[in-house]
Design a binder for this molecule. Structure first.
Ligand code: SER
Length: 337
């Protein structure tokens, strides 16, 4: 008998670590985690971790003989800034890697006669606004607005959303008998901020970098202008969003891709929040023209009404709670320790 598991790719990344922490609280599910890197020591647990590459098809062929994959949280990706330095590699990891897993999920759904749930974090990078006037006018974008990404990462995310919908609804549409399809669900995240980890290679990273630098008493030069505004979310809410969408009954969902958000801040407002907690912090603004262009093309806010209506999405952390109850005390404690 194959062991029934939830597979998490990119498990050693920021979202992966937070998600594993959440699953570690209960005995209900077995996890199969996968990453190029080992998991940090504190996450070593009863779960099976495979150190491997999502482009390694032989690895997956072996894994499906041992495990019945019930759900996939496919988190592995190269983020937006890193992807601009290596666009072809980004395409391989972000698109080819996703395609491999969609195929695997499609085969597994047919083999066991029950849909594999495929949970995919997408991003504000799927949007591309043409200029700052329109960005200010269309502050809270809806899912179907401005789907013109300007980064390789954004293109990859948008296309993989479409692939996920295709595999869920139209895969093998010319076959005589309709196969059991996988069940693809995706959230478009704003910039995520964790109290435990710092992101690597993203363009919304100036927020978390500013905060973590301040807590360590290090000066920080922010790479975007003071007025640059994007939506953010505290990591516990990101995990809640993934888990709620995963658990939602299929009949409740009217879309496959949902915006989710918590609060929007300009870089200056972000700095002010950091200064309230760490008054000695030395934060300056030294915009990098290329990364600025990316942030300018991202929306200032997200309209997440569909997620609220369909699966009861509500963030627990607004700006104040995120900083005062989660980020600042946790980061302070970590660095004091
Ligand atoms: N945080 C991501 C990035 O900056 C956006 O989804 O690339």
């Amino acid at each position: 008998m194959r062991k029934k598991v939830i597979m998490i790719t990119g498990a050693a990344g920021e979202i992966g670590q937070a998600l594993i922490d959440e699953f570690a609280h209960s005995e209900e599910h077995e996890l199969l985690t996968l990453d190029l890197h080992p998991l940090p020591e504190r996450l070593h647990s009863r779960f099976t971790h495979i150190q491997g590459d999502i482009l390694d098809k032989k690895l997956f062929a072996r894994l499906v003989t041992e495990f019945e994959i019930d759900t996939i949280f496919h988190l592995a990706a190269l983020l937006s800034t890193r992807s601009e330095f290596a666009p072809e590699l980004a395409h391989q990891v972000n698109v080819d890697g996703t395609l491999t897993l969609l195929q695997l999920a499609a085969e597994q759904s047919q083999r066991r006669g029950e849909a594999v749930r495929f949970i995919f974090p997408s991003s504000i990078a799927a949007y591309g606004l043409p200029d700052l006037t329109i960005k200010a006018r269309d502050f809270y974008v809806r899912e179907w607005d401005w789907n013109y990404p300007t980064t390789m990462y954004g293109c990859n995310k948008l296309y993989c959303e479409l692939l996920g919908s295709y595999y869920s609804q139209h895969y093998q549409q010319l076959a005589r008998t309709k196969p059991v399809m996988l069940d693809f669900r995706s959230v478009r995240f704003p910039g995520l901020i964790s109290a435990f980890t710092v992101p690597a290679g993203g363009t919304s990273d100036y927020g978390p970098e500013m905060l973590h630098a301040a807590a360590q008493n290090k000066p920080y030069a922010c790479f975007v202008r003071e007025d640059s505004t994007i939506p953010f979310m505290a990591m516990p809410d990101a995990v809640t969003a993934l888990l709620h969408l995963w658990r939602a009954p299929a009949a409740a969902l009217t879309r496959r891709v949902y915006n989710v958000t918590s609060f929007s801040l300009s870089a200056m407002q972000f700095r002010d929040r950091v200064l309230q907690a760490f008054p000695e912090a030395h934060i300056t603004f030294q915009p990098d023209i290329s990364r600025q262009g990316i942030v300018d093309s991202w929306p200032a806010g997200l309209n997440d009404e569909a997620a609220q209506e369909d699966w009861g999405w509500q963030p627990a952390y607004d700006t104040q709670r995120a900083f005062d109850e989660y980020l600042v005390p946790t980061i302070r404690q970590r660095h004091a320790g």
